[in-house]
Write a new protein. Structure first.
Ligand SMILES: NC(=O)C1=CN([C@@H]2O[C@H](COP(=O)(O)OP(=O)(O)OC[C@H]3O[C@@H](n4cnc5c(N)ncnc54)[C@H](OP(=O)(O)O)[C@@H]3O)[C@@H](O)[C@H]2O)[C@@H](O)CC1
Ligand SMILES: Nc1ncnc2c1ncn2[C@@H]1O[C@H](COP(=O)(O)OP(=O)(O)O)[C@@H](O)[C@H]1O
Ligand SMILES: [K+]
Length: 493
């Protein structure tokens, strides 16, 4: 696990600062390093000009002061503005003020008029009722750079209480969940992580940990084809096909094969046999007509991973097949209709889950099975703990939760993925990786990342059919990343 994929909550940041103090580092040392790093990042992007730094009564505000001084030393014309009385300026260590040569002014339209650039160091200042509409309008007319996180965005869950959008956000050491979760992410602009005063070693939080979905988390477990491999030992996936909706399972099957499964078998309702057989040339299609055909198939097939749900009716048949698959103890992805089939008795599903199992609900499916209270991280973590499965709670900010409490937030998915069948492709991708022996949590994280990359690489005009066809290109770039990364044994999810 690389330190830079950790997403720190406010409490975890405070704990890290306490660890730093205990190791002999002073608050001033930390703030100096943070302020200098922020000023350096600003100078990399803008030449000296007029900048107004808005400082709140918090550690972020104190970073604003030190950043302001470093900018002034570099030739910027700097003003400092604080909401409320100027005496409320933040000096948590009680010793920063001796460095301030810049007068502290009360935030109003005059102090921000004429600035070319604004720095928002107001985070943690609450909802700022004192920020009048004319001030907000002025701030919107020039580049606005937030330190830590834009004012009004909750760093722990991305909730937004105040409408101020930054063009650039400078985070120190690592990001927070609020930089990735919606709607917060939409207020951050570009997010850049600079090395501040806290070393990576001090910043690594105690459990439960939350991470950004980057390949370093799972690349070492990615199942690349082996020289001695053949189609029977590379992974044999079983995809349960639906009828009359056949597109969903076909999309999933194609993605599963592209993810590297050596054999992909379709269990197809006999009415749909021809549709599956004609559109999936490389796949083996088993007709299911009699009630026990499915039971016979799973008893005889040597599948190493299965998928049920895409295009399936949310009925008793789907429910009993899902339970049958779970009883085999083999890796299983449960999606769409197979999730909804348990709406009336989610406990039956939780009780049957064992071994390697991934649930892939969108919000609608999630609400049929799980408690919807709390923010997205809380919901996903609780659902994984409750069900014993890895839960992929989909959306623009997909959250992947392991029953052990670890959570990964995905940030690479473009909005073009909001197209029918995109979720079916994702379910197929996860199944392809599971069938090759990848563990459920890293497989789910890897699939969500590949899905986002594939959509991004295709660009505008995307339909779900395009996603499996983009995978070869995305896998090639992942392979190029894998070689240097494999040399660094950093642990993984
Ligand atoms: N080509 C094919 O064969 C295709 C087949 N497909 C198959 O169709 C089957 C039905 O799947 P489904 O997801 O379309 O419908 P369903 O389970 O009724 O849930 C929708 C309800 O949930 C709610 N909702 C809340 N949040 C949501 C969110 N983020 N994303 C989506 N919905 C959200 C939403 O509430 P609303 O927005 O209306 O308030 C809505 O009422 C399934 O088997 C699937 O595999 C499709 O994959 C397409 C391609
Ligand atoms: N605005 C968005 N930005 C990024 N990803 C999105 C967005 N909307 C949907 N997605 C992704 O697209 C997929 C949609 O899946 P799902 O809701 O199951 O649709 P379907 O049933 O049509 O396949 C999910 O992986 C989801 O995370
Ligand atoms: K779906």
């Amino acid at each position: 696990m690389t330190p830079h994929s950790y997403l720190l909550t406010t409490a975890q940041r405070q704990q890290a600062r306490q660890r730093a103090f205990a190791s002999g580092i002073s608050a001033t040392d930390l703030l100096e390093a943070d302020g200098r790093a922020a000023a350096h990042e600003l100078r990399r992007r803008w030449s000296a000009r007029k900048v107004t730094v808005l400082c709140g009564p918090s550690v972020t505000g104190a970073r604003g002061f030190t950043c302001a001084r470093h900018l002034a030393e570099a030739g910027f014309t700097v003003r400092i503005a604080v909401p409320g009385a100027a005496e409320s300026a933040s000096d948590p260590a009680g010793e920063l003020s001796k460095f301030w040569s810049i007068p502290v002014e009360t935030l109003n339209s005059t102090v921000i008029g004429g600035a070319d650039l604004f720095v928002d160091a107001l985070a943690g200042a609450g909802s700022l009722p004192s920020l009048l509409p004319e001030i907000r309008a002025a701030l919107a007319r020039r580049p606005l750079i937030a330190l830590d996180i834009p004012c009004g965005v909750d760093p722990d869950n991305g909730a937004v209480t105040f409408d101020m959008k930054a063009d650039l956000t400078i985070a120190f050491g690592s990001k927070s969940p609020g930089h990735l979760l919606l709607p917060g992410r939409l207020h951050c602009g570009e997010v850049v992580v600079v090395e501040g005063g806290l070393s990576d070693a001090l910043a690594i939080p105690t459990e439960p940990a939350t991470f950004e979905n980057i390949p370093a988390l799972w690349i070492q477990q990615f199942p690349w084809p082996k020289a001695e491999g053949h189609k029977f030992n590379r992974g044999h996936a079983l995809i349960c096909g639906g009828w009359p909706m056949t597109g969903a399972a076909r999309l999933a099957a194609r993605a599963c094969a592209r993810a590297g499964a050596g054999i992909t078998t379709l269990a197809a309702p006999s009415e749909a046999m021809m549709i599956y057989a004609i559109s999936l040339e490389s796949m083996i299609v088993h007709p299911i007509s009699l009630p026990n055909d499915f039971t016979k198939l799973i008893a005889t097939s040597r599948f190493s991973g299965a998928l049920i749900g895409p295009g399936a009716e949310a009925d008793e048949d789907t429910r009993s097949r899902t339970l049958e698959l779970l009883r085999t103890g083999r890796p299983l992805v449960i999606d769409a209709g197979a999730l909804s089939a348990f709406s009336d008795a989610p406990e039956d599903l939780y009780a049957a889950i064992c071994g390697s199992c991934v649930l892939t609900p969108h919000d609608g499916e999630f609400s049929r099975l799980f408690d919807t209270g709390g923010d997205k991280l809380i919901r996903a973590r609780r659902a994984a703990a409750r069900s014993g499965a890895v839960v992929v709670l989909k959306g623009a900010d997909t959250v992947i939760a392991d029953p052990d409490g670890r959570v990964v937030i995905n940030g690479n998915a473009p909005p073009t993925l909001g197209t029918a069948g995109a979720g079916d492709v994702l379910a197929g991708l996860i199944t392809g990786l599971l069938s090759q022996g990848m563990a459920a949590f890293p497989a789910a994280c890897a699939a969500v990342w590949l899905h986002g990359e594939a959509a991004e690489a295709f660009g505008p005009g995307l339909i779900a059919e395009d996603l499996p066809e983009m995978l070869p290109r995305v896998l090639l770039s992942l392979l190029n990343m894998a070689h240097p990364a494999a040399a660094l044994d950093q642990g993984a999810v």
